[in-house]
Ligand binder design. Structure first.
Ligand SMILES: [Zn+2]
Length: 305
């Protein structure tokens, strides 16, 4: 019997992944509020993120996500909860996201080819996601129940888009895949290698994703930058996450469980404000001095407030 070549390739890939597990990781810029943020290179970081990510090809994940997206829309249509193109909330959400997309593309080359789509499902749920490949679903409860203003929706969309751009789901799923491979679940290994994009069954896992604090920081920083450049007030990130925290922290797998938020993350958001405010001011054609206070927060000037 000959060893299946893709099997061996996958095995070596996983082996390399664990062999490199102890390579020291350079401190991330995301941890240092004093430095302007730049995305880490695709080299090893955050415990070999790149290696885990590479276990599942981007194209495979995007295809799976697109299939999952079609299913979600089909189900919503069946339940008569898919809001149509003329709905005011749909128009509002699309307008906000479409203003942000041009500022998102620099973070991921593939995203320039993504077929971005935005839909809103009528629901009590407080939830939103941007699937790998740029398919965005907003559950109306997020906007209605929390009474989000456009700045808050802008910050929310920026954050979700940033998760997709930085392929955080791909990394999380890669880690799960590696754990299954290494635990000797051979059918799963063959499942990955031989069955390709149709049998991974990752669509549902995408919807139950729990991000790490490092993912959250990265999504906050990149998301705020995208939304600020598109003309949304970065201070709205604070009111947004406070609202989400209050509304969903009691639920076992609610939105704040998926996007862990605590005092550290909040402080990090505040620390970044002097970098974000000039981008926002410029986007709306004002100087920082001309900006009004927002929800009791000041102007966050670069050299003191
Ligand atoms: Zn998040």
């Amino acid at each position: 019997m000959t060893v299946h070549v893709p099997f061996r390739a996958a095995f070596l890939n996983v082996f390399a992944l664990f062999a490199l597990a102890f390579v020291p990781v350079a401190p991330s810029h995301a941890q240092d509020p004093q430095r302007p943020y730049s995305a880490p290179s695709n080299q090893i970081r955050f415990g070999n993120t790149a290696l885990f990510r590479n276990l599942i090809p981007s194209a495979t994940l995007e295809t799976q996500a697109a299939q999952e997206y079609v299913q979600i829309l089909r189900e919503a249509e069946h339940n008569k909860t898919l809001l149509n193109d003329d709905n005011a909330l749909v128009k509002r959400a699309r307008d906000i996201v479409n203003r942000e997309i041009p500022f998102a593309l620099k973070w991921n080359d593939r995203s320039k080819q993504w077929k971005w789509e935005i839909n809103v499902v009528k629901s009590n749920e407080i939830r939103m996601y941007c699937l790998p490949g740029g398919k965005i679903v907003i559950y109306s409860g997020l906007i209605d129940k929390l009474h989000l203003n456009d700045n808050e929706i802008g910050m929310m969309a920026g954050h979700e888009i940033a998760h997709a751009l930085r392929e955080h789901a791909r990394e999380r799923l890669g880690r799960q895949q590696a754990a299954q491979l290494f635990s000797g679940t051979v059918p799963q290994l063959f499942g990955y290698v031989d069955m390709g994009s149709t049998q991974l069954g990752i669509g549902e896992q995408l919807l139950a994703m729990r991000y790490s604090p490092a993912d959250e920081t990265e999504a906050d920083v990149i998301g705020s930058e995208i939304a600020s450049r598109a003309g949304y007030d970065p201070r709205a990130a604070i009111t947004l996450w406070n609202k989400i925290d209050t509304a969903t922290r009691r639920s076992d797998n609610g939105f704040i469980w998926m996007h862990p938020y605590g005092s550290e993350r909040k402080q990090d958001l505040l620390k970044r404000m002097p970098d974000m405010m000039p981008l926002y001011a410029k986007a709306i054609g004002k100087t920082i001095d001309q900006l009004p206070a927002y929800a009791g927060m000041g102007r966050f000037k670069k050299n003191g407030r």
